[in-house]
Design a protein around this ligand. Structure first.
Ligand code: NAD
Ligand code: ZN
Length: 340
């Protein structure tokens, strides 16, 4: 299991890296400017590779740049890749490291709220394939994770909001007290260091119990069946949605489906919808036929059935629930009509 450090300021001890022969630091054009200066002097000798930022680059072409760099710098199987970035880079960097020479060590230094609270935890790596999200990837644990909340100071507000969606999800599926506490406050009133700690603890516990997503871990997919479908269509159209914005809309629609299945009360549905739309606004929904079509590709499905995870009352969850096209259409109509 990875060692996980949650801190305010990034701080490393060089001794931690002494077992590795060499290091490459992967960053993107934003984290190289805002984050790398905060830690460069603490790292042992290393090479750097700066990649283009954003979901549109979470693909095989970018992986080739990484593998080429590691090859040019002759990183051997005892080297380590240190990933300094958000969820896109954590997923892609972990994927490249876990496949280069059949897998070398990697460490994650998540720099977005989403990556600290979610993407850096649980050992999933991957890239998008065509317009399919996270279609190719591995389960590979990093050697270490350092989440330093000072990095959030330079994070643009929409990106902070995007990470908040995953924290809301964790509360809705596992912690009603947390949901009550966060839903009383606006985005900027939240205590992010505390929320990161809570999310890391929760996600670590779930993924330890079910690392390969055979059962329980599937509850983490609440909001993601619809959310990933929307993201895939956004990618296809060359207009990627922020992951958290898609998941937020996905949670509202999936909460409506859960209400239809008597898993949530009308009061719960109303509370979830009002809060999420107040914080995230409403996104433009793609047309429902395209959404349903792309949802049939979801990795969570079995056979030709769309399966989803839902809260079962706020603070508990269930998974592998079959969902009909009719339920998805009704949920889309509910989201579209909802007025705050
Ligand atoms: N592996 C998992 O379990 C898991 C879980 C959730 C999400 N994800 C993946 O995470 C990705 C989304 O991650 P994300 O929202 O972090 O996106 P991201 O990595 O694209 O980062 C968002 C933007 O913020 C910039 N940035 C990052 N840190 C910064 C900082 N400290 N200051 C200023 N700018 C900064 C980045 O350059 C980028 O432009 C998606 O691809 C999603 O599939 C993976
Ligand atoms: Zn997510």
């Amino acid at each position: 299991m990875a060692s996980h450090y949650i801190q305010t300021k990034p701080s490393f001890s060089r001794a931690l890296f002494k077992e590795y022969t060499d290091m490459t630091v992967l960053m993107d054009e934003n984290t190289s400017r805002h984050c790398y200066p905060l830690l460069r002097n603490q790292l042992p000798g290393h090479s750097c590779l700066v990649l283009p930022a954003g979901e549109l680059y979470k693909n095989l072409d970018t992986c080739q740049m990484v593998w080429q760099h590691l090859t040019d710098h002759q990183l051997d199987r005892h080297g380590i890749v240190l990933v300094l970035g958000g969820g896109v880079l954590c997923d892609l960097g972990g994927f490249c490291a876990s496949t280069y020479k059949r897998g070398i060590a990697f460490a994650l230094v998540p720099t977005t709220l989403l990556a600290m609270a979610d993407a850096s935890v649980g050992g999933k790596t991957g890239i998008d394939f065509g317009s399919y999200k996270n279609h190719v990837g591995t389960f590979s644990e990093p050697d270490a994770i350092w989440a330093a909340t000072d990095f959030l100071k330079t994070l643009p507000a929409p990106e902070l909001r995007s990470g908040f969606a995953e924290i809301i999800k964790h509360a809705l599926i596992a912690d009603v007290r947390l949901w009550k506490a966060i839903s009383k406050k606006s985005l900027h009133e939240q205590n992010f260091p505390q929320l990161v700690r809570h999310s890391v603890k929760f996600k670590t516990a779930i993924t330890r119990k079910d690392p390969r997503e055979k059962g329980l871990r599937k509850i983490l997919n609440f909001g993601h069946s619809v959310g990933h479908g929307m993201e895939s269509l956004g990618l296809y159209a060359g207009k990627p949605l922020l992951h958290g914005d898609a998941v937020a809309a996905g949670m509202v629609m999936e909460a409506h489906i859960a209400f239809g299945k008597k898993l949530l009360s009308s009061r719960d549905l109303e509370d979830i919808t009002t809060y999420i739309i107040r914080v995230f606004g409403k996104v433009n929904l793609p047309d429902t036929d395209s959404l349903i079509k792309v949802m049939y590709q979801d990795k969570k499905n079995k056979g030709n059935r769309i399966l989803m995870a839902f809260p079962k009352g706020i603070g508990k969850a269930c998974f592998d629930q079959p969902v009909s096209e009719r339920e998805i259409r009704d949920a889309a109509a509910y989201y579209l009509k909802y007025q705050t």
